[in-house]
Ligand binder design. Structure first.
Ligand code: ZN
Length: 232
């Protein structure tokens, strides 16, 4: 009897789990469960935003429109992932718009600059790949600048690399992770917030996972960037 009952029970359990978990699992689109547990926490950078993020994206003449679209998509991916993960569909306000010049980015607290080459980065030659600079006082972020380019310098210091599209997209999402307050993982590569993205090992960008999202919920709670101050 037992030999029959046990498989029957397992069968029912499997059916139930399919019915119970498939709909919610398939509804999640913007993030994945963490699968690599070598590290269980993303370090944070010591600042938070207390207001919505308004992102202006500037691209130099000669940079194809698709790079602008991918930078905008990176902002949307974080917003949607945070909304999906926390269930707060109204919070986590992040807007992104095109800015025709770097002088017209004043209305934005986050400014993304896409240059034809890393050689145009303000911090070149110290910075030869995508980077982010955040200005903050006492833990409150005031503004951020993100510098991206389809053309970067290899770690060897001399080989110029034209990034495959997915590698550029990955670095846009990675840099927006820095903007939100995430630091680098200790593991050199393999995580979204690893300092290195090895595009020989990965043929697509790395997903935002529960690892990064739980770190952000640790910083902001589940209700987004805005702080409500009650005056009693
Ligand atoms: Zn980084």
């Amino acid at each position: 009897m037992l030999r029959v009952l046990v498989p029957a029970f397992l069968f029912i359990a499997t059916l139930l789990s399919l019915v119970l978990f498939l709909p919610s699992a398939s509804a999640v689109q913007y993030y994945k469960e963490q699968t690599d547990f070598t590290e269980t926490k993303v370090p944070t950078s010591g600042f938070t935003w207390s207001d919505s993020l308004h992102v202006c994206i500037f691209k130099q003449a000669g940079v194809p429109n698709s790079y602008y679209a991918w930078a905008k998509l990176a902002v949307q991916e974080w917003r949607q992932a945070l909304r999906e993960y926390t269930g707060d569909q109204q919070g986590w306000t992040m807007t992104a718009r095109y800015s025709p010049s770097e002088l017209q980015m004043g209305g934005c607290n986050v400014r993304v600059h896409i240059y034809n080459t890393y050689k145009d980065f303000p911090e070149y030659p110290r910075q030869t790949g995508a980077y982010t600079a955040v200005q903050y006082t006492g833990g409150d972020a005031e503004s951020a600048n993100v510098y991206l380019s389809p053309q970067v310098l290899h770690g060897d210091g001399k080989t110029e690399i034209k990034l495959p599209n997915y590698a550029f997209r990955n670095s846009a999402v990675h840099e927006m992770g820095h903007v939100l307050g995430l630091g680098h993982m200790g593991t050199e590569k393999g995580y979204l917030m690893s300092p290195v993205f090895d595009y020989f090992e990965h043929s697509d960008q790395l997903p935002i996972t529960t690892l990064e999202l739980s770190a952000l919920v640790g910083l902001y709670g589940t209700d987004g960037f805005e702080r409500t101050i009650s005056i009693l």
